[in-house]
Design a protein. Structure first.
Length: 155
């Protein structure tokens, strides 16, 4: 997922649903500066673990759709470990809308999924004018996963 970060722009990187921090660590190893990384996590135990493990990043105990309350703009990318396939379309719309407003033109929303198709509801994708590329299936991951990189034509 870190390999999908745009190299033609700078700015903060946001992670939705970092859990225990495996992707967080990969983002830091890929060169994202700790002070530029903002992680949104709802689970209090994971929030505490992230704060202990990654003391220099910004850990927000907030839902992803609250990204706009931070005043971040020109976000470089949003990397998501959220289980979008199980999230209703209305909430997906809030999450993705907040992400693309914070990123502006040229931003990319990077999402992994275990499912066989795009994790974004088709209606939400149409409303936000989303296009995507996807990785090959990553069979070494258990369960196998695919990474989708979404861009919006509306921004």
């Amino acid at each position: 997922m870190a390999a999908e970060l745009p190299t033609n722009r700078t700015g903060p990187v946001v992670e939705f649903g970092p859990g225990t921090g495996r992707i967080t660590q990969a983002l830091l190893e890929a060169g994202v500066a700790a002070q530029d990384l903002h992680a949104f996590e709802l689970n209090e135990e994971f929030v505490q673990l992230l704060r202990r493990s990654f003391s220099d990043i910004h850990v927000h105990h907030k839902p992803a759709q609250d990204l706009g309350t931070l005043g971040l703009d020109q976000v470089r990318a949003v990397v998501s470990g959220l289980p979008l396939l199980s999230i209703p379309g209305a909430i997906q719309r809030e999450i993705l809308g907040a992400a693309f407003r914070a990123m502006g033109a040229g931003g990319v929303y990077i999402q992994f999924t275990y499912g066989p198709k795009s994790p974004v509801d088709e209606q939400v994708a149409q409303e936000l004018a989303l296009t995507y590329t996807k990785s090959r299936r990553i069979w070494g991951n258990l369960p196998p996963a695919t990474v989708y990189s979404f861009r919006s034509n509306m921004v």
